[in-house]
Design a protein around this ligand. Structure first.
Ligand code: ADP
Ligand code: MG
Length: 616
């Protein structure tokens, strides 16, 4: 048989390798930024056009390259960073594979200008699809500028696979955050389509975080510090009350390299246990220093996964360190037994008579006053303060009459913002008897038996369809705020907000301005309470950011889901009879009453037959 095995030509091998290294423009950004850092740059500029599809450029003031190195840097496995296999176990650089430039040059148009310190002239080199177009001497400042244009120009399938410019920009911004957070002393500029997105001066860790995520981040940060023989931990966690419903601001850096580690993430979540709700995630920016010999970052070409020698100890140390920081932050000023409390009283107050505090009571206040406003079922049962009040009565329900139990005790009727169950149908089949069990399910009867409805999911479905309809059919109903509300966000949140502004307006938000780090809200959807605006916008933005990176679904759909989830009645809330009936009727008026917006079953039916069987 004839020999059939051949070595692949270099440009083909490079193109194949590129598939591993470069998934999207953000991968190029990561490689170029890391090269600039490895070159010892103090100032790094990132320039992006059209989500990186048209241009990705990184300009640094680092070491630069000689003419020969400039040419060699595009060869596969050409690197100045390691020389022998052992070096792999003592890495202090980001790169080491010598693959990135070769891969990028195989699938894009690359133009490089570079000059090292002690050379008169630099090098200008152009390479397209692994082919050198020209290389010439040029006048250029010390450092390197690398411009990558028309990514995937020779792989149409890949190019078509790229998402919208917005989505690609989000990925790029994520990479930029990771690199910029890991290197606060390096100054970064980031321009997108000609406008400045980030200007980060050389700073300390805290200021870098605040510069990226906005001034209001500062108050959220709790410092973390620990030194043990196997690891040094520095950084910040965010206070428990700022935990978010979705992932976002979670960063681990090992030896200044961003890494993902579900295992270590779990250590943090464990430390927060009991302090945040189970569906929220703590934020953290944690910088770990370990002996480079004790980790292996060689697992994956994109290098965000790391293998540790002693993962279990690291887990335990991390968890207790974070716990300790949380404890220090949470515990009120510690008692100090060294001091005699009497000495703490300022002298002038010692002999003064005690003034009796004056307590005033609102005598007209009646906690048991019912608001049985059938026409507009009140939303006051959603107020958290009534909830905690009600919780005192858990377990007493059975002693009350069924009817009493179904009614809610409500305070603060001034927060009634209108009926959630507007547009009830007066159809003949309308449900008239319902009851609530365990503040979770609503039970009602149908001809063939009974229906058990998950109250929260049912309400989500009702609200979801309502928001969808509002945004597509008619002008949304909006309530004007008496005083415009100013809410502040980080730069990337503001960008996201600008992207979804139209949709938010279509579901009832009104904005006066969105700029800098703050927005002014002048109107909100009918069901949104003023006090919830910040929280809801936070949630909308983070869901949008999360979803948009996954799949560009309809934005209206994403936001309607989020709003429905945020505003829906929750498990654990008591619904009065009128609300129960209205909810059931509204649910069955929905297009898809069977499933929640998140594809969970909303109700089950139990037929007479089912019940009969149980009695056999
Ligand atoms: P690696 O970073 O893994 O070594 P790359 O393909 O990214 O591989 O880069 C190849 C070589 O090119 C590097 O080892 C370095 O010597 C040189 N190089 C790349 N970018 C720069 C830069 N911005 N400044 C100076 N040298 C660079
Ligand atoms: Mg590199």
């Amino acid at each position: 048989m004839a020999d059939i095995i051949k070595l692949l030509p270099d440009h083909v091998a490079n193109q194949i390798a590129a598939g591993e290294v470069v998934q999207r423009p953000a991968s190029v950004v990561k490689e170029l930024l890391e090269n600039a850092i490895d070159a010892g740059a103090n100032n790094i500029k990132l320039i992006i056009k059209d989500g990186g599809k048209v241009l990705i450029q990184v300009v640094d003031d680092g070491l630069g390259m000689s003419a020969t190195d400039a040419r060699l840097s595009f060869e596969r496995h050409a690197t100045s960073k390691i020389q022998k296999a052992e070096d792999l176990f003592n890495l202090s650089t980001k790169g080491f594979r010598g693959e990135a430039l070769a891969s990028i040059a195989a699938i894009a148009h690359v133009e490089m200008q570079t000059k090292s310190e002690n050379e008169e002239l630099g090098t200008h080199l152009k390479i397209e699809g692994s082919k050198i177009i020209f290389q010439e001497a040029s006048v250029t400042p010390k450092g390197t500028s690398m411009a990558v244009k028309n990514l995937f120009f020779n792989i149409p399938a890949r190019r078509n696979f790229l998402k919208s410019n917005q989505v690609e920009l989000r990925h790029i911004t994520d990479e930029f955050h990771r690199v910029a957070l890991a290197h606060p002393t390096i100054a970064f500029h980031f321009y997108n389509n000609g406008s400045e997105l980030f200007n980060l001066p050389s700073d300390n860790y805290r200021k870098r975080i605040v510069n990226i995520f906005g001034t209001r981040t500062n108050q959220k940060l709790v410092p973390v510090e620990e030194e043990t023989p196997i690891v040094v931990i520095k950084g910040f966690i965010t206070k428990p009350e700022f935990a978010k419903k979705s992932r976002g601001e979670q960063f681990f850096f090992i030896n200044n390299r961003f890494i993902k580690s579900p295992y270590l993430h779990h250590a943090i979540v464990a430390a927060f246990e009991g302090l945040i709700k189970s569906d929220s995630y703590p934020g953290y920016f944690l910088y770990l220093e370990v002996d480079p010999a004790s980790i292996d970052i060689n697992i994956h070409p994109t290098k965000t996964e790391v293998k540790f020698d002693d993962e279990h100890s690291l887990y335990a140390i991390l968890r207790s360190t974070v716990k300790h920081s949380l404890g220090q932050f949470n515990v009120a000023p510690a008692l100090d037994f060294e001091h005699d409390p009497n000495l703490q009283t300022p002298y002038e107050f010692k002999n003064k008579s005690v003034i009796q505090p004056n307590v005033t009571v609102n005598s007209g206040f009646n906690p048991f006053q019912e608001t049985r406003n059938t026409a507009s079922a009140s939303r006051s049962y959603q107020k958290p303060n009534t909830q905690s009040w009600e919780s005192l009565y858990v377990g007493h329900e059975s002693k009350m009459g069924a009817d009493d139990n179904a009614r809610s005790i409500s305070f603060e009727s001034d927060t009634i913002t209108g009926s959630i169950f507007e547009g009830e149908k007066e159809s003949t089949e309308a449900v008239t008897t319902t009851f609530q069990i365990r503040r979770k399910y609503i039970v009602t009867t149908i001809k063939s038996g009974m229906v058990v409805i998950d109250q929260s999911r049912a309400h989500q479905r009702v609200l979801y369809e309502k928001f969808l309809k509002n945004s597509t059919v008619q002008q949304a109903v909006s309530q004007q705020l008496l005083f415009p509300l100013s809410v502040s966000f980080s730069k990337s949140e503001i960008i996201a907000l600008q992207e979804i502004e139209d949709i938010l307006v279509s579901i009832g938000f009104l904005f006066e301005k969105i700029e800098g780090e703050s927005i002014t809200v002048t109107g909100v959807p009918l069901l949104v309470a003023e006090s919830e605006v910040g929280m809801i916008l936070d949630q909308l933005i983070s869901d949008y950011q999360q979803e948009i990176t996954e799949e560009s679904f309809s934005h209206t759909d994403i936001l309607s889901k989020t709003l429905a989830k945020t505003l829906a009645v929750k498990t654990g809330e008591t619904l009065d009879n009128a609300s129960q009936i209205a909810l059931v009727n509204d649910l069955f008026a929905c297009k898809e009453a069977m499933v929640s917006p998140f594809n969970k079953p909303v109700y089950i039916t139990i037929t007479e037959n089912d019940i009969d069987k149980k009695f056999i």
